[in-house]
Design a protein around this ligand. Structure first.
Ligand SMILES: CC(C)(COP(=O)(O)OP(=O)(O)OC[C@H]1O[C@@H](n2cnc3c(N)ncnc32)[C@H](O)[C@@H]1OP(=O)(O)O)[C@@H](O)C(=O)NCCC(=O)NCCS
Length: 176
């Protein structure tokens, strides 16, 4: 059966490593500057991070697609920490593809990498948030099996403008 995911991937995603910190910082700050409504993180906060902060962040589960030496985008995987009761919940966030690399399957590769890690770590489902007007991101997530399950009105407030957020989930096991 033909996959719903389009076969046009230009490269596989890989984990971001501590020595990648400068390229990681540059693409991450670009994403927050150019798309403030797409991310909960704050540009001012992340702009103030030091070299050591960025290197430490590289030890978290961040992914990129490196194309001819350029970081084409980012994605992050994490699990709820601090309680065994939520250890089965994986999160996908910080998905960004630079303009020059859009429409080439980079988003596909990043989502596949996050989902593969979630599976390997035993997460039972992966959740994410996306604002209601971001139709291209929603279509991308739906191609990867994510389904909307709720909406939080006014989840983000950017320069006085409210953005509603759709919550989506992709089940990795059939136990739920
Ligand atoms: C959402 C996003 C990650 C999609 O990345 P992608 O790898 O380009 O994903 P796709 O290949 O599915 O392309 C998505 C859409 O981008 C548009 N697109 C295609 N080529 C493009 C280009 N050269 N420039 C701009 N947009 C383009 C198309 O509408 C495409 O949808 P379609 O091919 O189904 O018509 C990317 O657009 C992005 O980083 N947006 C800004 C940040 C963001 O919204 N992140 C998601 C947070 S929840």
């Amino acid at each position: 059966m033909e996959s719903q995911v389009r076969r046009r991937r230009v490269t596989a995603a890989r984990r971001i490593l501590p020595d990648d910190w400068e390229r990681f910082r540059d693409v991450r700050l670009e994403s927050l500057r150019d798309h403030p409504e797409a991310f909960t993180a704050d540009l001012a906060v992340e702009s103030a991070l030091t070299r050591d902060d960025w290197r430490a962040r590289c030890s978290e589960a961040w992914f990129t697609c490196e194309i001819r030496g350029v970081f084409a985008g980012t994605a992050k995987y994490w699990r709820d920490s601090g309680s065994a009761k939520t250890a089965h919940v994986g999160h996908l966030g910080a998905l960004y593809v630079r303009g020059a690399f859009r429409g080439q399957g980079v988003g596909d590769a990043l989502i596949e990498a996050v989902t593969a890690l979630a599976w390997d770590e035993g997460a039972e489902f992966v959740v994410l948030g996306v604002h209601t007007k971001n139709l291209s991101a929603q279509a991308l997530y739906e191609r990867h099996g994510f389904k909307a399950f709720g909406m939080l009105p006014g989840a983000l407030k950017v320069d006085g403008v409210y953005w509603d957020e759709i919550h989506m989930v992709r089940l990795l096991t059939t136990g739920i």
